[in-house]
Design a protein around this ligand. Structure first.
Ligand code: TYM
Length: 332
């Protein structure tokens, strides 16, 4: 059995990038409740300036959206990170395994720390230790595979390093996990700034398609997407033509095609954009409809999360207890 674990942070509304890069893979991966676990990582949302009511609202919305996207509570465990104490308990042991230097080298830390500093907020210590908590999320379940977008590759690498180091020093405790990425759209780019990732807390609202956007809003954003300077035609070349290539990636991910082959079918940007808009609207339509149904019944979502937390705890507790013993702590 290969256990699968992944998570999403409630720091904004979920985007097309989250959907294509991660959530769709999760729906395909769910098998049995103790083999596939998906988590709304609310503790991670506290690592940057946050509004408590908004985090609570976004946590509920993320869980509802994951169910609407097709996760089924019979086949996976869906839960909220803060409901299972083992994540924070294990995180401390891993802080005692990681070094300050390796955390400061994390690309996402450097980017987010620079942003927090520039805005005058100051950098929360938890932003530095963010990847350690993420490692705890993964290792507490002896996870084998972590389906994520490309941007999480470095964090999963660090998780592997920490698992190996812990096992070597204190005896075999953790499975060493590996990241898995989708073949296309592992890094969906912002439609207005195709050299930056499409992010839920991104600054360029018009460049970000949210899963719950109305079809008209999706169309408007896609039709206004930037398509690189010069008239090089429709060519798939992510380095030289990031705007057009991003649209081709999105189309390929929505239709199951291949970006280079798709490019051959277009002579102009207008037709490409119309097809991308149609494909995205059709892909997201059932998710939006199901989300509206589920949001009208919050009791059901709460019950799923409560049951999910119980199952997650039952898996994580013995693993984390074993890590406590291995590292030299006296049993209570
Ligand atoms: P988060 O919340 O930023 O994103 C959730 C998932 O969506 C993927 N993703 C993308 N994929 C393709 N293109 C994009 N533009 C795009 N934007 C986001 C992310 O790669 C991710 O898979 N650190 C994690 C949350 C986390 C986690 C974990 C993940 C915490 N603990 C344990 C896996 C395992 C994050 O910030 O994801």
């Amino acid at each position: 059995m290969t256990r699968i674990f992944s998570g999403v942070k409630p720091t904004g509304h979920l985007t097309l990038g989250n959907y294509l890069g991660a959530v769709r893979q999760w729906v395909a991966a769910e098998q049995k409740p103790d083999e596939a676990l998906f988590c709304v990582v609310d503790l991670h949302a506290l690592t940057v300036e946050h509004d408590p009511a908004r985090v609570r609202r976004l946590s509920r919305q993320a869980a509802t959206l994951l169910l609407a996207a097709g996760l089924t509570p019979e086949k996976c465990t869906l839960f909220v990170q803060s409901h299972v104490d083992e994540h924070a308990r294990l995180s401390y042991l891993l802080e005692c395994t990681a070094s300050d230097g390796e955390l400061r080298r994390m690309v996402q830390y450097k980017e987010k720390a620079a942003k927090a500093q520039a805005s005058g907020e100051g950098v929360r210590l938890s932003l530095l230790t963010y990847p350690v908590l993420m490692a705890a999320d993964i290792l507490a379940y002896r996870t084998g595979e972590v389906p994520v977008g490309e941007d999480q590759r470095q964090h999963v690498e660090l998780t592997r390093d920490l698992a190996v180091r812990f096992n070597q020093r204190y005896g075999y405790t953790f499975t060493v996990p590996k990241a898995t990425h989708p073949v296309v759209a592992a890094r969906v780019m912002d439609l207005q700034d195709p050299t930056s990732k499409m992010g839920k807390s991104g600054d360029t609202g018009p460049g970000v398609v949210f899963i719950l956007d109305e079809p008209e809003a999706v169309r408007k954003k896609v039709m206004r997407a930037v398509t690189d300077s010069g008239d090089g035609g429709v060519v798939y070349d992510p380095a030289a033509r990031p705007g057009v290539s991003n649209l081709l990636d999105i189309l390929a991910a929505c239709t199951g095609g291949e970006p280079t082959a798709l490019a051959d079918g277009y002579t102009g940007y207008g037709a490409l954009k119309r097809d991308v808009a149609d494909a995205v609207v059709e892909l997201l339509r059932p998710v939006r409809v199901r989300h509206a149904e589920l949001a009208a019944d919050p009791g059901t979502v709460e019950a799923v999360l409560r049951a999910g937390a119980g199952r997650a705890r039952a898996i994580a507790r013995p693993v984390v207890d074993e890590a406590y013993r291995a590292i030299g702590l006296l049993e209570p």
